[in-house]
Ligand binder design. Structure first.
Ligand SMILES: Nc1ncnc2c1ncn2[C@@H]1O[C@H](COP(=O)(O)OP(=O)(O)OP(=O)(O)O)[C@@H](O)[C@H]1O
Length: 612
């Protein structure tokens, strides 16, 4: 047996025995090597085609020919003794689909599994020492636990007794060992045939659904019904790992695969933290780790059995990488560091990439100008959104820490984000569902783009329309308001701080033309200047039938009409005026012919720019 000094969890592997379906070549793919002196064992995976070889060291590796009859006395029997000494022990089989987990835990009629062998051993020891035994069975489906001994399959709630450091599984029934048949693969069919309650059938995993199954054997201090518990032994058949990127996962949807994988990663995070004696153990990462919490820490014992397929299986490679890392938690030896980093660090990269995206956004906001301003605003919203989101997390985390005494079921819903915090703090084995960060980021950026920006644009439009309408109502004239509207529009554009910013930034960029709003403003100013510099302007207004309120409207727009010195007239102009003094419009035309020309040029330039 390999060394396991000072570590709480023992991590071993079992290569599935040959079945008739296994091809001959599979033997070359996976092989066990025993170290000469150190007693270390490594499992090697060889790729014949690429002659690539990867080796991982575990506490022990059982080869194809080594079955439960060998594994039990070496690995599980000592744990049974520990339970009778007041400890809790946990045996967890995990691995890819079809890697032999059920065969290892439950076994077959002719080859009993580890749980059956342990049950026999416990019964024998209990009989000798006069102790009461009970069993409980549960199934975890989509992160919800259900009581398998209850015909109605009530949900099991996880309550944490902080004071005593105990976990109470509320609603989990205890029964005599004879009901061990519940571990059978078809137990759900057996149970549902007994149960006519339709709703309960929904809670039972369909044959193609993946669920974790657990058995708890409780040992009591005496044989009386009121005897206190002494210790318990957990057996867990953890549903097969699924690579979520793979197509056609046999009816298992992405969400289920994620939850299944999450449990596996969560367990490994806990085992790693315990083996490394880390101060923080992330128990709250999954339902299974919350349920097993009082059996994993302290002096309790854990046996992790990594089930490996005999023939080529990429998922088995993922599993062995996790196993190798967890088993080395104490000294953090990583054999295959390059590849491990590649596969394990990915989710971390995802979260950091989000940060990078924010940083890039911030950089853009600071450096880019002109028409990019809107984009920068969006990015700023993203940053703002993320900040708000993060604050939410911290608030919830704080809340969760204050609610330690609440039932975990309740707290767990509140601490979904706190769990992610735990993930970050924990050893670094992140889960495939780490894409949450990736999911949230586009969501936030979407909301910034889809809600903020259009709202802003429509607000501008509404404001503008409102102002024009007010002017229209006040003027009761179709021609005068046009000037007013234009002036209003120009002044409005100038008054909007966001647009101001846009203009300022746009003007900073020497290569860009001034924005239309600025051109409009300029034109409007020129118009006003031209209008006010004409001496007959006041007369014209007073002589027309324009209602008073219309003039009020114009005055509102221009509270102080700029008084410019009368333009110096050329001799020709003077004579024209003398001839046509009866017509104010003609006088106006004569006086402002130059300005008009300038204005026409200005308009032409503007139109050219606009069409471009
Ligand atoms: N050591 C072994 N020797 C011979 N056959 C085995 C061995 N282990 C498993 N098998 C066979 O391989 C098949 C798959 O095994 P098993 O059902 O235990 O895998 P599993 O990991 O529980 O699968 P799943 O992920 O679907 O629950 C079964 O037909 C089983 O009988």
């Amino acid at each position: 047996m390999g060394p396991n000094q000072g570590r709480k969890a023992r991590v071993i592997a079992k290569i599935k025995g040959f079945t008739d379906l296994e091809p001959e070549a599979s033997e070359k793919w996976i092989s066990v090597h025993r170290g000469d002196d150190s007693g270390t064992l490594t499992v090697s995976f060889g790729d014949e085609l690429t002659s690539r070889k990867e080796s991982y060291e575990l506490d022990y590796i059982y080869d194809r020919s080594e079955g439960n009859d060998l594994i039990f006395p070496r690995e599980v029997k000592p744990l049974v003794e520990d339970v009778f000494n007041g400890c809790n022990a946990t045996v967890i089989a995990y691995g890819a689909r079809g890697s032999g987990k059920t065969f290892t835990i439950q076994g077959s009629e002719v080859k009993p599994g580890l749980a059956v062998l342990a049950m026999a051993e416990i019964l024998s020891m209990a009989k000798g020492s006069g102790k009461l035994i009970s069993i409980s069975c549960y199934e975890i489906l989509k992160d919800h636990a259900y009581d398998l001994l209850d015909p109605n399959r009530h949900e099991v709630l996880v309550w944490e007794d902080v004071a005593r450091g105990k976990i109470q599984l509320k609603g989990l029934s205890q029964a005599k060992f004879q009901k061990l048949y519940f571990l059978s693969k078809n137990s759900h069919k057996h149970l549902s045939s007994q149960n006519s309650h339709k709703q309960s059938e929904k809670m039972i995993a369909e044959p193609n659904q993946r669920s974790h199954k657990g058995l708890i054997i409780h040992v009591f201090r005496g044989n009386q019904s009121d005897a206190l518990p002494l210790g318990k032994m957990n057996f867990v058949d953890l549903s097969g790992y699924e690579d979520v990127r793979k197509k056609g996962t046999g009816g298992v949807n992405l969400q289920e695969s994620n939850i299944i994988n999450k449990s596996i990663y969560a367990l490994h995070n806990v085992v790693y933290a315990l083996n490394a004696n880390e101060s923080h153990v992330p128990y709250r990462e999954s339902k299974i780790t919350r349920m097993l919490r009082d059996s994993l820490g302290g002096t309790n014992k854990i046996l992790m059995i990594t089930c490996l397929n005999s023939s080529y299986c990429q998922d088995s490679l993922y599993m062995i990488k996790l196993a190798s890392r967890s088993s080395k938690g104490a000294n953090k030896i990583i054999l295959d560091s390059t590849k491990k980093t590649k596969s394990i660090v990915k989710p971390t990269l995802l979260s950091s990439s989000s940060k990078t995206a924010s940083a890039i956004a911030a950089k853009q906001t600071g450096t880019r100008s002109g028409f990019l301003v809107n984009k920068a605003n969006v990015n700023a919203s993203i940053i703002k959104g993320r900040k708000l989101f993060d604050e939410g997390i911290s608030t919830k985390s704080k809340k969760a820490s204050h609610e330690e005494s609440l039932p975990l079921e309740i707290v767990s819903t509140v601490t979904e984000h706190a769990k992610h915090e735990e993930e970050k703090k924990s050893s670094g084995i992140s889960e495939a569902v780490g894409s949450l960060t990736e999911d949230h980021f586009p969501l936030i950026s979407c909301s910034a783009e889809e809600s903020d920006m259009p709202v802003k644009a429509s607000t501008q439009e509404t404001k503008l329309l409102d102002k024009v309408n007010v002017t229209d109502e006040n003027n009761h004239d179709k021609s005068t308001p046009k000037i007013g509207s234009k002036a209003e529009a120009a002044s409005f554009v100038g008054a909007d701080p966001a647009m101001d910013k846009e203009n300022t930034l746009a003007l900073v960029d020497k290569d860009e033309s001034p924005p239309i709003s600025a051109r409009l403003q300029e034109l409007s100013k020129n118009l006003k200047l031209l209008y006010s510099s004409t001496p007959s302007c006041a007369d014209i207004l007073s002589k027309t039938d324009i209602p008073t309120n219309s003039r009020v409207s114009t005055e509102i727009l221009e509270p102080e009409t700029p008084r410019t010195p009368e333009p110096r007239l050329l001799d020709n102009d003077k004579s024209d005026i003398a001839v046509n003094s009866c017509s104010s419009w003609k006088a106006f035309s004569a006086r402002s012919s130059r300005m008009k020309n300038t204005l026409v040029d200005e308009y032409l330039r503007f139109l050219n720019t606009a069409s471009k």
